[in-house]
Design a protein around this ligand. Structure first.
Ligand SMILES: O=C(O)CCC(=O)C(=O)O
Ligand SMILES: [Fe+2]
Length: 379
């Protein structure tokens, strides 16, 4: 059994002690350790691969330790995050996302993302495409900062690919079809794709400001891509819709990445792996509630032209009753565009539902409407 983060663990860090103080409802998430991976025996590799797929099937979320991203680098990323969000709103608005184009690169002010009371900055891959949109000088003018962010983003990409390599092993993807590299060739850092590094700030709000929105700072949603890794946000406020059907908080584990399955991995496995709904509330503890909350996240998405059809695996079977579609399959780029476009306030649900119908028809993945909910009721 892998260890599980629950409320009755002995507190070992200020974060854990903090959590212990009020015994709220925590999600029972596996803590998966990938340290010393270059020295693993075949048995160890298969064991960890199995743990990852189990977590991706059951909770859709897990905590990852031993991932190799240095704590000092994570701290530096958070310092850069602060430097950017401390700029004036006028300065930040110069880099506003182009929501109508369905792109997500640049700045999103609080309130623009549906159900979202936080600011975000999304970076594309740090390669030739980086210069196709303007970026603030706090990221660009100092070559050392740019280089650091570039390496940080590539490092996160490699962690996600390692997890997917293990998933391909557990899913028994035949070697004639790419075997353990099945995902790697479809998630090329330098190829055209929607993968991104995100910085976030949830500004402090008073109790009455939060109460006016049901204490939600980011409404229930699933992530669009394949895998998401969050760099240890320290303030508990993230909740997942746990397998029991209850919203439960994710308990921070010192140094662990919070990893979760996104929509495209669910589609690529015909629903075998689960893109789990999650949301962000007013921080769980009163002492955190009136502080800003920062987050740094890497979202891995497939190459733009990857068709969202199930991968070759004996475990992954299209649901019964799926009829062969004569339309070309939806691609990863189609999916991101549709979700981005309808995830902003000024758009309505019609287009999103059309895409949802399409994916259901193509794959027999019957996603519930709530799986796409952006909590319009809580805007
Ligand atoms: O801030 C968090 O904990 C979660 C953010 C999130 O779910 C997202 O940006 O998609
Ligand atoms: Fe998310």
């Amino acid at each position: 059994m892998s260890p599980v983060a629950t409320s009755d663990e002995t507190p070992t860090s200020p974060v854990a002690a903090n959590v212990e103080a009020e015994s709220p409802e925590w999600a029972a998430l596996p803590i998966i350790d990938i340290s010393n991976r270059s020295e693993w025996s075949d048995e160890r590799r298969l064991e960890v691969a199995r743990q990852i797929v189990d977590a991706a099937r059951n909770e859709g979320f897990f905590m990852l330790t031993g991932h190799g991203v240095k704590e000092e680098d994570v701290q530096r990323a958070y310092e850069i995050n602060d430097t950017f969000f401390d700029l004036s709103i006028d300065e930040k608005m110069k880099y506003l996302v182009d929501q109508d184009a369905g792109t997500y690169i640049g700045y999103t002010p609080a309130g623009l993302r549906v159900g979202g009371r936080m600011e975000m900055y999304n970076f594309p891959a740090f390669n030739r495409g980086f210069d196709s949109t303007p970026h603030p000088s706090v990221f660009k003018s100092d070559p050392a900062t740019w280089r650091f962010l570039s390496e940080f983003s590539r490092g996160a990409h490699e962690v996600t690919l390692f997890l997917l390599e293990l998933m391909a092993v557990t899913l028994d993807v035949p070697s004639s079809e790419g075997g353990q590299d099945w995902f790697r060739v479809r998630h090329d850092y330098d190829g055209p794709n929607g993968s991104l590094l995100r910085m976030m700030r949830y500004p402090a709000l008073s109790a009455s400001q939060d109460a006016s929105k049901n204490n939600l700072r980011l409404g229930g949603h699933t992530d669009f891509g394949t895998l998401t890794v969050m760099f240890s946000p320290k303030i508990p406020a993230l909740q997942i819709l746990a397998p029991e059907g209850e919203w439960r908080y994710v308990k921070p584990v010192e140094g662990a990445l919070v990893c979760n399955v996104g929509d495209t991995l669910q589609f690529l496995t015909a629903g075998y792996l689960k893109s789990t709904q999650h949301r962000v509330t007013r921080p769980r503890f009163p002492q955190d509630a009136e502080k800003d909350r920062a987050n740094v996240i890497y979202f891995l998405r497939p190459n733009d032209d990857v068709p969202l059809i199930p991968l070759p695996s004996p475990q992954v079977k299209p649901a019964t009753g799926v009829t062969e579609s004569t339309d070309p399959p939806m691609t990863a780029a189609d999916w991101v565009r549709a979700r981005v476009k309808f995830g902003f306030k000024k758009n309505n649900d019609t287009g999103r539902n059309a895409w949802q119908d399409r994916i259901n028809k193509d794959q027999g993945v019957q996603m519930r409407d709530e799986d796409y909910a952006y909590s319009r009721a809580n805007e």
